[in-house]
Design a protein around this ligand. Structure first.
Ligand code: SAH
Ligand code: DHB
Ligand code: MG
Length: 230
């Protein structure tokens, strides 16, 4: 009896959390037709549904405005959904470069940016991020970074983001909570080990001020957010 009451309460709370997220999305982060079309095209092409949420998209835009970002670097483009949120937060003379290993994804992203009227301020570069990042040094500094590619590579991507940043740049990485798996010792696989190493450096590097923010999957996943101090 007491137990079934508990289950009901848990279900009620879970429902309520979903309703709250829907209300926040509707009021603060509503998708327009373009974003919906981006998701539709991503789905039709058989790409996985692993893009950021609208609330995450809005938070990225707030951080972009807060650091006056004109140059943004994204690692991991998928179908261009997060890229559309990022590029829309740029001033007219701003620029988003997004790195994507899969040429098929890259083509879908280019089409999405063109449909969104963002072709003039965006560029998709194709290849493994570890190969592309060293070629970006002549285009640094970047004001804002969004890291959302293979999780094994996260420590290297953080290294490069710091190299390509200026004081005041903001670095955001997705999936840095992952249902607590990156906190397990030892980590269960290379992806979780990569995120654990990223989180460790974000927490302790004197150049960075950072936090993990549960903002996705009912608080079970979320962003690492760092500001570069010096
Ligand atoms: N940021 C996207 C989701 C990215 S999913 C969004 O929220 O809309 C992860 C993407 O990273 C995939 O498209 C995958 O092909 C790409 N990726 C994986 N490994 C990569 C690598 N080594 N270099 C560049 N991109 C990579
Ligand atoms: C996966 C990758 C992501 O970037 C994400 O946000 C969710 C899931 C994945 O590879 O499964
Ligand atoms: Mg992600």
């Amino acid at each position: 009896m007491a137990e079934s009451a508990n289950v009901e309460e848990l279900e009620r709370n879970a429902r309520l959390r979903r309703e709250i997220e829907e209300q926040i999305t509707r009021r603060f982060a509503a998708e327009d037709d373009i974003l919906r079309q981006t998701l539709e095209a991503q789905h039709k092409a058989g790409l996985p549904t692993i893009q950021i949420s609208p609330i995450q998209g809005r938070l990225l835009q707030i951080l972009i405005a807060a650091c006056n970002a004109r140059k943004i670097l994204e690692i991991g483009a998928l179908g261009g959904y997060s890229g559309t949120w990022l590029a829309r937060a740029l001033p007219a003379d701003g620029r988003l470069i997004t790195l994507e290993i899969d040429p098929k994804h890259a083509e879908i992203v280019r089409a999405a940016f063109a449909r969104a009227g963002l072709a003039d301020r965006t560029e998709v570069r194709v290849g493994p991020a570890t190969e592309l990042l060293p070629t970006l040094q002549g285009e640094a500094p970047f004001d804002f970074f969004f890291i959302d590619a293979d999780k094994e590579g996260y420590p290297i991507y953080l290294d490069w983001a710091i190299k390509l940043a200026r004081p005041g740049s903001i670095i955001v990485a997705d999936n840095n909570i992952r249902y607590g798996k990156p906190f397990q010792d030892p980590p269960s696989d290379a992806g979780n080990a990569g995120i654990a190493a990223y989180n460790q450096r974000a927490a302790s590097d004197a150049q960075l001020r950072s936090v993990l923010l549960p903002i996705d999957d009912d608080g079970m996943d979320g962003f690492a957010i760092s500001v570069v101090l010096s």
